[in-house]
Design a protein around this ligand. Structure first.
Ligand code: B1M
Length: 209
């Protein structure tokens, strides 16, 4: 039986080969992809987050942990998607301008895909103009913004204002570690989700699905 604690440890140590090996083993044993994600990969990244905050590890360690998680996600992502059904709606998700954090955003993308959404990943450092242009071009029913820095949160407000200004008919949702429901209310977002799983529930609720 694949050891999810060892998987967390592999992420914490930044051992991408081990993380990949255990993830592959867990998948081939038929373990639920969401369990591998939550109890293995996210659990490890959460430990790194706490250690980073406490200055017990620094950016290089965080980067190699993120790389280990991403490597494992390359084999896990299709399995999360496979667990889904036919697209129930189209969503466009990006990390806002000035912000390069994409691990949480990628999880939201994967969970939405897993829940049956057709998801367009806009990437990182997405300007409000690009959000507007992509909504016009691709016509998603929901647009999601992620921010991990307090300094980039205002880009969410700017983007929501630009979307409203352009008269676009799309639901907006926001998330990321420093973001709160109160902030979402203040900037006029249609919804806030604290984690990737809640983002799926929120997107569905916003669209009445
Ligand atoms: Co950055 N970083 N970082 N970092 N980094 C944080 C965010 C920080 C809290 C660390 C700390 O000081 N404790 C801090 C921000 C402080 C603040 O603003 N309050 C910080 C800082 C300061 C910085 C730099 C400025 C550091 C520097 O250069 N001096 C710099 C900024 C670069 C930039 O963006 N312009 C920077 C750089 C980096 C790395 C490149 C080293 C790396 C990013 C790698 C990558 O993403 N590819 C990194 C990392 C990894 C972190 C921490 C350790 C982990 C973030 C993460 O991936 N968490 C982070 C500390 C922490 O969070 N504890 C930190 C795991 C991820 C699964 O969680 O992204 O929160 P999260 O996503 C969750 C939910 O928030 C939610 O669902 C996800 C899954 O459940 N969610 C949504 C996210 N988006 C959502 C969207 C939704 C709904 C839900 O709807 C659309």
């Amino acid at each position: 039986m694949a050891d999810l604690k060892a998987l967390s440890e592999a992420v914490i140590k930044g051992d991408q080969n081990k993380a990949l090996e255990i993830t592959k083993a867990a998948i081939s044993e038929g373990m639920a992809p969401a369990k591998i994600l939550n109890d293995g990969l996210i659990a490890g990244m959460n430990v790194i987050g706490v250690r980073f905050k406490n200055n017990e590890v620094y950016i290089p360690e965080v980067l190699i942990a993120a790389r280990a998680m991403k490597t494992a996600m390359e084999v896990l992502a299709p399995k999360l998607v496979e667990a889904g059904v036919e697209p129930i709606a189209k969503a466009a998700i990006g990390t806002v301008q000035g912000d390069l954090h994409d691990i949480g955003k990628n999880l939201v993308v994967m969970m939405l895909k897993g829940a049956g959404f057709d998801v367009i990943d806009l990437g990182v450092d997405v300007s409000s103009q690009k959000f507007v242009d992509k909504v016009k071009e691709l016509k998603p029913q929901v647009v999601g913004m992620s921010a991990l820095l307090t300094t980039t949160m205002p880009a969410m407000e700017k983007t929501i204002a630009a979307i409203k200004e352009a008269g676009l008919n799309v639901k907006t949702m926001i998330g990321g570690a420093p973001v709160t429901q109160a902030y979402a209310d203040r900037i006029g977002a249609d919804g806030y989700a604290a984690d990737a799983a809640s983002a799926v529930d929120l997107a569905k609720a916003l669209l009445g699905k």
